[in-house]
Design a protein around this ligand. Structure first.
Ligand code: NAD
Ligand code: TYD
Length: 423
């Protein structure tokens, strides 16, 4: 069925390309670069569908027949990996609603194979009017919701932004999705999915001998980030039970891989190691995380979208529990082998123990038996291979690194580390 629909959409897209080249189309409330110049400038930066020209209505009506999905936060780390994977394996349109915060980088999607089927909608998930326009115009069959403030340390210094985007933003997105979904035909309503991408951090912290988190583990979030994601999970759940909106929730462990913003542990340590800077390990480095290569997370999300049961939640993990110190020493050894220092001094010597994160969760671990049993998903990448691939990616993408290290990035690093005491 999917193959048949893909080939139909392929044909439509190819014919459309002849009518109007869709390259680099960006919809924005603030930019007039909404439409390709060949079909005339828009009446306003973002006109209502009714106000569009006949030609533009035809283009969009045909596009909406083609299985569009709406992705939120698709310019971030996991969202961009997801869109790259999605558009490589299925030629169906993707609309990417992203506010382009410090963590959102449209360049992550520069290598998209089918730019004609991709559109960046620069906007906020909390902007109900804008989301309603997008839903009406694109008629998506699914929403995959990645957009969030995602960094625990930032949630400790500025929790308000996490409440705004992760809770209020998800609420607003749910509300617009519900209104849109209620206006669909019965068969479209049955097929529609709202997939909410969440985290294992909602379950709190495990002691070393405790069993891994399962889907029935009690929620016990400890950071403002985890609490805001827990609240958003509850809202999503309530929209299934109250309104019947076909929702799915995934709770995943720590991701790593290409395009991760270098404020998170693994990319930060790779870049610092490469540059011979100190490697700031919080506390004594014994906190444990479960690590999943980002492509495995994306394949799990595809499996849940395709075969998951509405109203259910699925835990996703990599079966790769490591202490932070194990992760950082592994990075040091890989970087030493790939780019030896002139002095030959091992990078492990750069490790510095710094003041711990307040409320630092001791251990996360995921029991992924449900998604494996019910949907046939399991991670394909080992941690050592995934980490080598990740180091290689950062070594090969110096331009990307330089561009994401803006003034705002440097200010964050100064704030989080320069003012942090060494232990
Ligand atoms: P990220 O910080 O790299 O990217 C977040 C994206 O959301 C950015 O592109 C940003 O511009 C966008 N965004 C932020 N606020 C927005 C708003 N109000 N409206 C529209 N767009 C907005 O995050 P990530 O690491 O890619 O995580 C994506 C999702 O996966 C998050 O929901 C996160 O909670 C979840 N998650 C992440 C991990 C992980 O290890 N990174 C693990 C499990 C779950
Ligand atoms: P992080 O990548 O921020 O992910 P999360 O807090 O969502 O798990 O951190 C992973 C682990 O690494 C966490 O236990 C905190 C620790 N950490 C450090 O020791 N030093 C650092 O500079 C950072 C950013 C994290």
């Amino acid at each position: 069925m999917l193959i048949a629909r893909s080939s139909v959409s392929d044909c439509i897209a190819l014919s459309l390309q002849k009518i109007v080249p869709m390259h680099d189309v960006t919809v924005s409330r603030v930019s007039a670069r909404t439409w390709p110049s060949s079909i005339g400038p828009p009446a306003t930066p973002y006109p209502a569908f009714e106000q569009d020209t006949f030609e533009r209505k035809v283009v969009w009506r045909i596009m909406t027949l083609t299985n569009t999905i709406l992705v939120t936060g698709g310019a971030g780390f996991i969202g961009s990996n997801f869109i790259l994977r999605w558009m490589t394996s299925s030629a169906t349109p993707v609309v990417n609603l992203d506010r382009l915060t410090y963590a959102g980088n449209p360049e992550n999607l520069a290598s998209l194979p089918r730019r004609d089927l991709y559109e960046l909608a620069h906007g906020d998930i909390a902007d109900g009017e804008f989301v309603a326009h997008l839903l009406k115009r694109h008629n998506p069959r699914a929403i995959v919701h990645f957009a969030a403030e995602s960094h625990v340390d930032r949630s400790i210094s500025s929790p308000g932004e996490f409440v705004r985007t992760n809770i209020q933003g998800t609420f607003s997105l749910l509300e617009q999705s519900r209104l849109y979904w209620q206006g669909l035909s019965q068969s479209e309503r049955n097929a529609f999915r709202f997939l909410h991408v969440s985290t294992d951090e909602v379950f709190g912290s495990l002691e070393p001998q405790e069993p891994a988190f399962s889907e029935t583990t009690r929620y016990a979030p400890n950071s403002p980030y985890a609490a805001s994601k827990a609240a958003s999970d509850h809202l999503v759940r309530s929209y299934f039970h109250t309104y019947g909106l076909p929702t799915l929730i995934t709770n995943c462990s720590n991701n790593y891989g290409p395009f991760q913003f270098p404020e998170k542990l693994i990319p930060l340590m790779i870049l610092n190691a490469l540059e011979g800077k100190s490697l700031p390990v919080y506390g004594d480095g014994s906190n444990i995380r479960d690590w999943l290569y980002v492509e495995d997370h994306c394949s799990a999300i595809c499996a849940v979208l395709d075969r998951g049961t509405p109203g259910e939640t699925y835990n996703i993990g990599g079966n790769s529990e490591r202490t932070n110190l194990e992760v950082v020493t592994a990075i040091c050894d890989i970087v030493d082998a790939a780019a030896p220092r002139d002095s030959q001094e091992p990078r492990r010597n750069l490790i510095t123990f710094v003041a711990d994160r307040p409320g630092h969760d001791r251990r996360y671990a995921i029991n992924a038996a449900k998604i494996s049993r019910e949907l046939g998903w399991s991670p394909q990448e080992t941690f050592s291979r995934g980490l080598r691939k990740t180091v290689d990616w950062y070594l090969a993408n110096n331009d990307w690194i330089q561009r994401v290290r803006t003034g705002a990035y440097r200010e964050w690093i100064r704030k989080n580390y320069t003012e942090r005491e060494t232990q």
